[in-house]
Design a protein around this ligand. Structure first.
Ligand code: RFL
Length: 392
């Protein structure tokens, strides 16, 4: 079997890329290890950035999102018993987040590929990507299928195998481990979270993200390396209330069952460069950020958009330029977003240093968030970077 572009992985990156290529008449094949039910059921991201929605729209992929998503243009910071509302919509010229679960977007993207007659091959595990510097790259599946490709795009997430195809030298991985972990929880709630709430608290950070009318995602800072078993449901709910409400019980919905509780080892990892020969990397396969700032899925789709443009230029028009610039252009964006995400992490976590004075640290943070809520250059810069307006 032959194709122009072989895509490993049917997450947001692989599916967005396949849709864009198919729309432009470039032949591609998506191979996905998991079953369709599993891929369409994975609950992860929920905040879709302004620039992501604009791109999806331009590709005819946002019809359902535009009808069903709720929009958000403010977030609350809770610190020292004060709630500071940051109206980032107002400071970014009216830009908004769209709250639309990742699994709904994934479902939409699978459906459009199906309609176009080129659905992903689910339950097909790629075992190896070979010959990436030869005349044609090759994808080998455990199920026996082999595909020759002009180009391969590894969209197989952080634990994928595409990275293994890179030669031993000529690339680098920049890893960073943070001095805390996050418990991530999906919880049933009695009313929807009206918006994102970040609590900077003496006991540690806690966050609440809207996901739907009866479900919210919560984050709780924990000591690094702590096992998830240290957090029975009752402790989670009590700690969320302490940190998120912080004297304002009305600010937090009642929390019921917890359908998902996981410990997230907080780290980031960026691979450079993002292309070697006929292999391009996109999404979490290329870079993993912490969930702070809700950037991962948005970066994955921005990679897919750039990869699609580059591959269409090369395969349809014979123009090598955009492909040659893919890695540098995407890494510049990734570094900018990573910088923002780390700045936000530093704001939300008190230093582990025992010599630090928590009262002073908290007062400083309150002053910082108040500046984000006061008209001016700082508020505008935060708003644009947070909402992902595409303005630098
Ligand atoms: P994915 O979604 O991990 O998809 C990779 C796919 O590749 C498949 N695969 C293989 N297929 C074939 N052969 C192999 N050998 C394969 N190996 C792997 C896998 O089965 C899978 O289907 O990567 P992609 O497409 O790059 O998308 C990345 C996003 O999923 C990720 O960045 C976000 O979920 C991150 N993230 C968030 N991002 C946001 O933009 N906004 C958010 O609000 C947000 N919240 C989150 C998040 C991630 C979270 N977790 C899972 C840490 C909240 C959480 C809790």
């Amino acid at each position: 079997r032959r194709t122009q572009v072989g895509i490993v992985g049917a997450g947001p990156a692989g599916l967005a890329l396949a849709n864009a290529l198919t729309r432009q008449g470039v032949d591609c094949v998506v191979l996905e290890r998991a079953s369709r039910v599993r891929v369409e059921g994975r609950q992860r991201a929920g905040l879709v950035e302004d620039r992501t929605v604009r791109w999806l729209r331009s590709q005819g992929l946002a019809d359902r999102l535009l009808v069903e998503a709720t929009r958000h243009d403010w977030c609350d910071f809770r610190c020292l018993g004060h709630t500071v509302r940051v109206d980032y919509g107002a400071y970014s010229g009216g830009r908004q987040h769209y709250v639309y679960p990742q699994q709904s977007l994934v479902r939409d993207l699978v459906a459009t590929l199906e309609k176009a007659g080129s659905p992903p091959f689910f339950s097909h595990t790629v075992r190896a990507v070979t010959n990436i510097t030869g005349r044609r790259a090759r994808l080998e599946c455990e199920e026996g299928m082999e595909i020759e490709c002009d180009y391969v795009v590894g969209c197989d997430g952080f634990r994928g195998i595409s990275r293994a195809a890179l030669p031993a030298t000529g690339h680098r991985v920049h890893n960073r481990r943070y001095p805390y972990d996050w418990l991530t929880v999906l919880a049933e709630v009695d009313r929807p979270a009206e918006g994102v709430r970040y609590a900077v608290h003496r006991a540690g950070f806690a966050g609440m993200m809207p996901r739907g009318p009866r479900l919210s995602r919560f984050y709780l800072q924990c000591p690094p390396g702590e096992p998830v078993t240290a957090w029975p449901a009752r402790r989670i709910v009590a700690e969320l209330r302490t940190r998120l409400a912080d004297g304002d019980p009305a600010g937090v919905p009642a929390i019921g069952a917890l359908p998902e509780v996981r410990m997230l080892r907080m780290h980031s990892s960026v691979l450079t460069p993002l292309r070697h020969g006929r292999l391009l990397l996109a999404g979490d396969a290329a870079h993993v950020l912490t969930p702070s700032g809700a950037k991962g899925m948005n970066l994955a789709i921005a990679d897919a958009a750039a990869a699609a443009d580059a591959l269409v230029a090369r395969l349809r028009d014979g123009d090598e330029g955009p492909l040659a610039g893919y890695s540098a252009a995407r890494l510049a964006d990734v570094r900018r977003v990573l910088g923002f995400s780390e700045w936000l992490l530093a704001l939300l976590h008190l230093p582990a240093d025992p010599a630090a004075d928590p009262a002073k640290e908290l007062a400083e943070r309150l002053a910082t968030v108040r500046r984000l809520a006061t008209p001016g250059a700082r508020a505008r810069a935060f708003a644009h970077r947070y909402v992902g307006s595409g303005v630098r």
